[in-house]
Each structure stands twice: as structure tokens, then as C-alpha cells.
Design a protein around this ligand. Structure first.
Ligand SMILES: [Zn+2]
Length: 158
């Protein structure tokens, strides 16, 4: 039976941090603040996959008080989510995600993000949808104070 899960995440844009989205380092004067590499896209997808399992969220598996995850690559989180799917004899059917960012332009990096996400999850890039939209200059995203991502995952499992 196919189960679906949803994930949402947001991180603040600050100076002095790299901007890493979908495992791609993107040239930009600001980056996302967080305990790990703050890859908001991978975090939303991790929660979507865990949600399809009825499992606890990313913070349960990777508490942000744990020094092991300081500046960690968020690919570790996706790999753990995929491992949890395998533990339940499941298979990821597909992922779809949308990033909401006013700046920078992310479209040129989408193919690289899809490849990184697929590799971390052990699926094909054509099973990973990544889309990007602006916030039409509205609110904190529109003011370039942060970037958000939402994702759904479908998982075929007993
Ligand atoms: Zn996060």
C-alpha cells in the first residue's frame, strides 16, 4: 500500500554561512543558519519520508543539541530516512518538493539537487521532483530573511 508523508522546514538567511540547498553549494552573500548545514530542502524531504512511515520527525532522530550533527551534511539525514524505509520493507515511490526563496535564483541548480537527493535516498533522479518559487516579495521570505521548503513523499510499504 502506498503511504504519503508531508514535510515543511524553514531556516533564517544570515551572513557568514554557506548556502547549501539539496546538497548544492550556491554562491550567495548569505547562507542558512542552523545546527547542521541547514539544508532546508533535504530537511523537508527527510520529514516527508519519515512521515510516510508514521515515524517521529527529524529532530527525534537528529537532536540539534547533539554535537555530532554540528555542520553535518544533511545527506546523513536523508540516508537515515531511507534506512528507516528499508527497515520496514518499504520502497520510496517518489518525492516532490518546492522551495520558496526570493533570492538567489535557484533554477540552474535543480538538476544537481535532484541528483544529490536521489543518491542519498538510493532512488533515481526521475523519482525526485524539485521546484522553486518566490514569495512575490511578501513576508519574511519576500524580505530575503529566510528560505522555506515543503515536500511530500510516497512510500510503498506493508
Ligand atoms: Zn531544518
Amino acid at each position: 500500500m502506498v503511504h504519503v508523508g508531508i514535510g515543511y522546514d524553514v531556516h533564517a538567511l544570515v551572513e557568514g554561512r554557506k548556502l547549501i540547498l539539496g546538497g548544492v553549494e550556491i554562491p550567495h552573500p548569505k547562507g542558512l543558519d542552523g545546527h547542521s548545514d541547514a539544508d532546508v530542502l533535504m530537511h523537508a524531504i527527510t520529514d516527508a519520508v519519515l512521515g510516510a512511515l508514521g515515524a517521529a520527525d527529524i529532530g527525534h532522530f537528529f537532536p540539534n543539541t547533539d554535537p555530532r550533527w554540528r555542520n553535518a551534511s544533511s545527506q546523513v539525514f536523508l540516508k537515515e530516512a531511507a534506512r528507516q524505509v528499508g527497515l520496514r520493507q518499504g520502497k520510496i515511490v517518489n518525492i516532490d518538493a518546492t522551495m520558496i526563496a526570493q533570492q538567489p535564483k535557484l533554477a540552474p541548480h535543480i538538476a544537481g539537487m535532484q541528483a544529490n537527493i536521489a543518491a542519498a535516498l538510493g532512488i533515481n533522479a526521475d523519482q525526485v521532483g524539485v521546484k522553486v518559487t518566490t514569495n512575490e516579495h511578501l513576508g519574511f521570505i519576500g524580505r530575503e530573511e529566510g528560505i522555506a521548503a515543503m515536500a511530500v513523499a510516497s512510500v510503498d510499504r506493508p
